[in-house]
Design a protein around this ligand. Structure first.
Ligand SMILES: O=C[C@H](O)COP(=O)(O)O
Length: 255
């Protein structure tokens, strides 16, 4: 079964109402004729309303950078999965290394978020990946396995049906130092084989994105790798031409 690539832009803490409209209009123009690749953007939740309106009539899907566990109640500052659905959001990033680091999110807590998203019919985009020190210590596979196992061992392999995993080595995020295609492919193959130990069919269909300094110049060689099914793009997703080039590279490589 051929996997349909997914390129998603994670805008992180960037933008404004005007920027949201302008960038989306740019993306709609750049991507009007592109087929064969799913595309999503995750603006800050503050701008979901502007994004939803600007995306009307386009095939670009809406996403979010985070979700909290509860659906309603006395949880000051939280944002629920049902609220995200209310704005038409579909792909929800969880476990990003910036949230693991700055908000002390644990593997177990992230697995709970994964469960909430599945219950609500949303698509989890589970970010995993090792630090530079872990990489140098040869612990990349161990770290990725532990982060995946938090979901696998509580929700089962079926939870990954229709889900997305983004392998983002922390040392490659925002540094301009992407993993090489061979490095990323090796980890992606490991991730797929790790899930296959529980369920080969689920492993075969799960979308494995690479993230970490993906740009318009290096995307094509990354997508040439058989287990790299798309990208989670930070900085380069803030410019319509660069992001569109990445999407077009995925569509070309995978079709
Ligand atoms: O979620 C996206 C990643 O953190 C990658 O960010 P970057 O493309 O700016 O390196």
């Amino acid at each position: 079964m051929a996997r349909r690539p997914l390129v998603m832009g994670n805008w992180k803490l960037n933008g404004s109402k005007a920027f949201t409209k302008e960038l989306i209009n740019g993306l709609k123009a750049e991507l009007a004729d592109v087929e064969g690749c799913d595309v999503a953007i995750a603006p800050p939740v503050m701008y979901l309303a502007e994004a939803e309106a600007a995306l009307a009539g386009s095939k670009i899907a809406l996403g979010s950078q985070n979700v909290d566990l509860k659906q309603s109640g006395a949880f000051t500052g939280d944002i629920s999965a049902t609220m995200l659905k209310d704005f038409g959001a579909k792909y929800i990033i969880i476990g990003h290394s910036e949230r693991r680091a700055y908000h002390h999110e644990s593997d177990e807590f992230i697995a709970q978020k994964f469960a909430v998203l599945k219950e609500q019919g949303l698509v989890p985009v589970l970010c995993i990946g090792e630090s530079e020190a872990e990489n140098e210590a040869g612990k990349t596979e161990e770290v990725c396995a532990r982060q995946i196992d938090a979901v696998l061992n509580t929700l089962g392999a079926e939870a990954f049906l229709g889900a997305v995993i983004a392998y983002e080595p922390i040392w490659a995020i925002g540094t301009g130092k992407s993993a090489t295609p061979a490095q990323a492919q090796a980890v992606h193959a490991f991730i797929r084989s790790h899930i296959a130990k529980k369920d080969a069919k689920v492993a075969e269909q799960v979308i494995l994105q690479y993230g970490g300094s993906v740009n318009d110049a290096n995307a094509a060689e990354l997508f040439a790798m058989p287990d790299i099914d798309g990208a989670l793009v930070g900085g380069a997703s803030l410019k319509a031409p660069a992001f569109a080039t990445i999407v077009k590279a995925a569509a070309k490589a995978k079709n």
